[in-house]
Ligand binder design. Structure first.
Ligand SMILES: Nc1nc2c(ncn2[C@@H]2O[C@H](COP(=O)(O)OP(=O)(O)OP(=O)(O)O)[C@@H](O)[C@H]2O)c(=O)[nH]1
Length: 840
C-alpha cells in the first residue's frame, strides 16, 4: 500500500528523503566527532588513572626500598667497630638478627673495610648471596660511604634474578669501616611479588624496570619478565623513558602492540615503573554504547522521517487539493475555476498566482472569441466563398457562402458535400475541377494550390467550369498564402463569375457575330481572313474567298415583309454552313451578302466545287412553316490567294467583282476571279501598303488574356488601315473617315471590355486605368472635331493620326496596359517587362 503510494517525483518524498539524508549525515558527523572527543577524553582520563595507580605503585616500591635501607642502616649502626674484622662475631651478629630474613629473602652479608666478606648468612641456602653485590657497588659503599641498591643480577646458580642493598658500617668517628648488605631473590616471595601479582584492568600490566640494564624485572605480564628492552637508538620512546621521562603516552611496544603507557621514575634505585593498558579497553565504553547509540539514531531518524512526512503532508495539503481540483476540471471537461486560497503562505501565493493566470486566460479567450466572431462576421459578409486551408490542404474554416454553395453544388451534381466541408482535404476535392478551356496553359487547381502552400507561388488564380444538366456555371478560384506564426496554409476564395463570363460572351457575340444568322459578322470575317492569310502565307497553301450575294431577295422582303426575309437569311446561313468543313468560315457581311473562307486548298477547282455546292443548295426552294415556297438563288464570286490577290482587301474586292460578273451573267452562277492580263492598276492590285509607316504586332505584346489580346491585335490592324487611308485622304476623304470611325468604335468597345475584365480580376489600378481611357477618348474626340473644322489643314489631321496611332493605340497599350499584364501571367511565361514599340 505504502509502496504503491510512494512516488519518487513527489515533493513530499523528495523533501522527506533529503531531510532524512541531512539528519543521518548530521548524526554520523556528530557521532564521529563525539567518538573522537570521547576517545581523547577517555585517553586523558585513563592516563590520569594510570598515573594515580602508578603513583601508588612507586610510592610502595620506594617505601619498601627505603624501609629496607633504613633497617640496614640501623643494623649497621649496631655493629661494634672492633669486631668488624672478626668473622665469628659478625656471623653471630647476623644470627642474632633473624628479622632480616623477613626483609631480605636470600640472605645478609657483612664486609670489613678492605672488602673482605666477614659474615654471610644465607636464608635460602642457595649460595647466591656472596655474588649479589658487584665489587664496584661494594667499593662505592666502602669508599663513598653511600647506601647502594645494586643492579639486578641474573644468576645461573641458582637460576634466579636478585639484587642487593648495601649500607656502610661506620665507627664512632663516622669513618666507613665496613659494609652491610641484604639480598632479595626476585623469583621468591619478596615485597615486589605483591606488585607483580596484580593486573591493571583487564588488559593492563604493571612493570618495574632497571633503567641501567633496560630490564623488566618485575611485572604482572609474566611472559615479559626479565625481558630486555631494545638497545638505545632503536626505540625513541624507550630511550625517553630510560632518560627520565615521566607521564603518559600512546606508543607501540617492542611486540608491535599499541598500548597506553604511564611512566614514573624510582630514583632511589635507578628504576622506573610503568603501567600499560590496551587502548581498546579504554575505548570499550564507546564500543559498548555504540550499538545502543545506533539504535537510538535509527529510531530518531524514523521518528524524524515520520514527523517530516506528516508535516509536509499537512503543509502541502492545499496544493494537493488544488491539483486534484484542477485534475477534476480536466477529467470532467469543465472550464477551470478560481481555486480557494486557504493560507497566505507560499502555496497560497502560488494558488493566487494561478487564479490570476486563469483570469488572464479567460480574458484572452474572450478576446479570442470576439476576434473569431469578428473574423467569421467579416468572412460571412463577403459574397465570395472562402475557405482557410492548413499547409496540407485540409479545410480549417469556411464562411457561410462556401457552406451554402458546396451544399447546393453537391445537390446539383448529385455528389456528397463532405468533400468540401471543414476537415476534408481540399486538394483531393479539386481533382474534379476543370479549368476553363479559354484559360489554357494555367496550372491545374490542385497544382496551383499546392504551389501556394509550398511557397513556390505568391498567388494562384484560375477560372473553371462547373456545368450541370440544369445550368452552366463558371467560377474563379483565387488562392493566397497564409503565413501566420502558428498557422501556415492558404486562403481559397471562390466566386461565381458565370454572369461576367456570360456577359463577356454576349459582348463578344455582339461584337463579332451577326445576331440574325449567328454567323461571324463583317469584323470577325475580316479578322479570320487576316489570320488565314497569315497562315496560308506561312504554310504556302491556297485560300479561297467566296463572295455570295442572294438573287432576288428584295422582292421577298418587299412582298412578304422583313420577318420572312429574316427567316430566309437564317435558312440561307444554315444551308451555306451545311456545305462547309469545320475549318471553313461562313460569315454575313451585311444585307444579303455572305462570304465564305476556304483554307488549305490544293486547286482553284476545289473552291469552285464548294461554290457550286452552295449555289445548288441555295437554288433549292425554301418552304416556311406557313407552307410558303420561296425561290431564290445566289451569285458567287471566287477569288484565290495567292493566285488572284495577296491582301484581304484585294481578295474581297476581286471576289466582289467576280460575284458581280456572275450576277451580270444572269444570276444563280459561280464566277472565278479573272486575273488581269496587263499590270494591275495601282489602286486595285497594288498590295503594297499605302503608308510608309506601319505597326507590327509581336507575340511578346500579348498580356495573357485572350480577349484583350485579340482586341489589341485588331487595334493594330485598324491603326494600320488608318495609316494607309491617311496617306490617301485627299483622294478618298470618305475612306479615311470610315477608317477613323472603325478605329474609334473599336477603341470604345475595347476599353469597355478591358475594364470589365480587369474589374473581374480585381486589378488594383483599375480606377486610374479607367480614368486614362476617358482622357484618351476625350482627346481623340477633340482632335477629330478640330480636323473636321472647315479651315483645318493637314497639320490637324496629321496630329490626329499621330495621336491615334502612337498614343491611343501603341503608347497606351504597350506602356500603360503593361501594368496589368502580371494578372494574366502564367508561371514559366515571362510577361512583357518593357515593351518596345519597334514596329513603327
Ligand atoms: N429581311 C431583311 N432584309 C434585309 C436585311 N438587310 C438588308 N435587307 C434587304 O435586302 C435587300 C438587298 O437588296 P438587293 O441586293 O438589291 O436585293 P436583290 O433583290 O437581291 O437584288 P440583286 O442582288 O440585284 O439580285 C434590301 O431590300 C434590304 O432592305 C435584313 O437584315 N433583313
Amino acid at each position: 500500500m505504502f509502496l504503491q503510494r510512494f512516488q519518487p517525483q513527489s515533493l513530499k518524498t523528495r523533501v522527506t528523503l533529503l531531510t532524512l539524508l541531512i539528519v543521518v549525515l548530521s548524526f554520523l558527523s556528530l557521532a564521529s566527532y563525539m567518538k573522537g572527543l570521547l576517545r581523547e577524553e577517555l585517553l586523558r582520563f585513563t592516563g590520569e588513572q594510570q598515573r594515580s595507580a602508578l603513583n601508588l605503585l612507586t610510592a610502595e616500591v620506594n617505601h619498601g626500598l627505603q624501609d629496607r635501607l633504613d633497617i640496614l642502616k640501623t643494623v649497621a649502626s649496631r655493629v661494634s667497630p672492633t669486631q668488624v674484622d672478626d668473622q665469628a662475631a659478625m656471623n653471630a651478629f647476623l644470627l642474632e638478627r633473624p628479622f632480616l630474613a623477613g626483609l631480605f629473602n636470600s640472605g645478609a652479608m657483612i664486609w670489613n673495610r678492605q672488602g673482605v666478606l666477614q659474615a654471610n648468612m644465607q636464608f635460602l641456602k642457595d649460595g647466591l648471596v656472596a655474588n649479589a653485590l658487584d665489587p664496584q657497588e661494594l667499593a662505592t659503599v666502602l669508599k663513598d660511604g653511600e647506601a647502594v641498591i645494586g643492579r639486578i643480577h641474573f644468576h645461573s646458580k641458582p637460576n634466579a634474578p636478585a639484587f642487593a642493598m648495601a649500607v656502610p658500617i661506620r665507627n664512632l668517628q663516622g669513618e666507613v669501616i665496613g659494609a652491610l648488605a641484604g639480598v632479595i631473590r626476585l623469583d621468591q616471595a619478596n615485597f615486589l611479588s605483591q606488585l607483580a601479582s596484580h593486573r591493571y584492568g583487564k588488559t593492563g600490566n604493571f612493570f618495574l624496570l632497571d633503567a641501567r640494564q633496560r630490564l623488566i624485572f618485575a611485572t604482572s605480564d609474566t611472559p615479559r619478565l626479565m625481558e630486555v628492552l631494545p638497545a638505545p637508538g632503536i626505540s625513541p620512546w624507550i630511550d625517553r623513558f630510560v632518560q627520565g621521562f615521566e607521564g603518559t603516552a600512546r606508543v607501540v611496544n617492542p611486540h608491535g602492540v599499541e598500548v597506553l603507557v604511564s611512566i614514573r621514575q624510582i630514583p632511589l634505585a635507578h628504576w622506573y615503573a610503568s603501567v600499560t593498558l590496551a587502548p581498546e579497553e579504554t575505548f570499550a565504553l564507546i564500543e559498548a554504547i555504540q550499538p545502543r547509540g545506533r539504535l537510538a539514531a535509527l529510531v530518531l531518524a524514523l521518528f524524524c522521517l515520520t514527523l517530516i512526512w506528516l508535516m509536509l503532508r499537512r503543509q502541502l495539503a492545499p496544493m494537493t487539493a488544488a491539483v486534484n481540483t484542477l485534475d477534476g476540471f480536466v477529467r470532467h471537461n469543465q472550464p477551470p475555476q478560481a481555486l480557494p486560497v486557504v493560507r497566505q503562505d507560499e502555496i497560497g501565493q502560488l494558488v493566487g498566482g494561478f487564479n490570476r493566470l486563469l483570469d488572464t486566460l479567460a480574458q484572452q479567450k474572450k478576446v479570442l472569441q470576439d476576434s473569431e466572431i469578428f473574423k467569421q462576421a467579416v468572412l460571412n459578409s463577403v459574397t465570395a466563398e472562402i475557405a482557410v486551408l492548413n499547409r496540407n490542404g485540409v479545410i480549417l474554416t469556411v464562411n457561410d457562402a462556401w457552406r451554402r454553395c458546396s451544399q447546393a453544388c453537391a445537390a446539383e451534381l448529385g455528389q456528397s458535400a463532405s468533400s468540401t466541408e471543414v476537415g476534408a482535404n481540399y486538394l483531393a476535392a479539386c481533382q474534379s475541377v476543370e479549368a476553363d478551356p479559354a484559360a489554357s496553359g494555367t496550372l491545374s487547381a490542385q497544382d496551383g494550390i499546392q504551389a501556394v502552400l509550398d511557397g513556390r507561388s505568391p498567388r494562384f488564380y484560375l477560372e473553371y467550369t462547373c456545368h450541370s444538366s440544369q445550368q452552366q456555371r463558371w467560377f474563379s478560384m483565387s488562392v493566397t498564402p497564409l503565413q501566420g506564426e502558428a498557422l501556415q496554409g492558404a486562403v481559397v476564395s471562390l466566386e461565381d463569375i458565370s454572369e461576367r463570363i456570360q456577359m463577356e460572351k454576349q459582348v463578344r457575340d455582339l461584337a463579332f457575330y451577326d445576331p440574325l444568322t449567328h454567323l461571324p459578322n463583317r469584323r470577325l470575317a475580316l479578322e479570320r481572313l487576316t489570320q488565314q492569310l497569315v497562315r496560308a502565307r506561312r504554310a504556302q497553301t491556297r485560300l479561297a474567298l467566296l463572295f455570295i450575294d442572294l438573287d432576288k431577295f428584295k422582292p421577298i422582303n418587299d412582298a412578304l415583309g422583313h420577318e420572312v426575309g429574316d427567316w430566309v437569311l437564317h435558312a440561307v446561313a444554315q444551308r451555306i454552313q451545311a456545305c462547309l468543313r469545320e475549318s471553313d468560315t461562313a460569315a454575313r457581311l451585311g444585307g444579303d451578302e455572305f462570304v465564305v473562307l476556304l483554307p488549305d486548298l490544293q486547286t482553284s477547282d476545289a473552291a469552285l466545287a464548294v461554290a457550286e455546292k452552295i449555289r445548288a443548295a441555295l437554288a433549292q426552294d425554301f418552304v416556311t412553316t406557313q407552307g410558303l415556297v420561296l425561290s431564290i438563288s445566289s451569285s458567287i464570286g471566287v477569288a484565290l490567294y495567292p493566285d488572284h490577290g495577296e491582301t484581304e482587301k484585294d481578295l474581297l474586292r476581286l471576289g466582289d467583282e467576280a460575284m458581280y460578273r456572275a450576277k451580270k451573267s444572269g444570276c444563280n452562277a459561280v464566277q472565278l476571279c479573272v486575273k488581269p492580263l496587263s499590270a494591275p492598276a495601282p489602286e486595285a492590285c497594288d498590295p503594297a501598303p499605302k503608308s510608309h509607316v506601319h505597326l507590327r504586332w509581336k507575340a511578346a505584346f500579348a498580356s495573357g488574356n485572350p480577349v484583350i489580346d485579340q482586341e489589341h491585335e485588331t487595334l493594330f490592324r485598324l491603326a494600320n488601315t488608318l495609316l494607309d487611308e491617311a496617306a490617301l485622304r485627299r483622294q478618298q476623304p470618305a475612306a479615311f473617315e470610315a477608317a477613323f470611325e472603325a478605329l474609334l468604335a473599336h477603341v470604345v468597345e475595347h476599353f469597355a471590355h478591358e475594364e470589365a475584365i480587369l474589374l473581374a480580376h480585381g486589378f488594383a489600378g483599375m480606377a486610374d486605368h479607367a480614368r486614362q481611357h476617358q482622357v484618351l477618348l476625350a482627346r481623340a474626340h477633340a482632335l477629330h472635331l478640330s480636323a473636321l473644322a472647315a479651315d483645318a489643314g493637314d497639320a490637324t489631321e496629321g496630329e490626329l493620326v499621330k495621336f491615334l496611332v502612337t498614343e491611343l493605340v501603341a503608347g497606351h497599350m504597350l506602356h500603360t496596359d503593361s501594368a496589368f499584364f502580371p494578372l494574366f501571367a502564367t508561371p514559366g511565361v515571362q510577361t512583357l517587362a518593357a515593351p518596345k514599340f519597334s514596329g513603327i
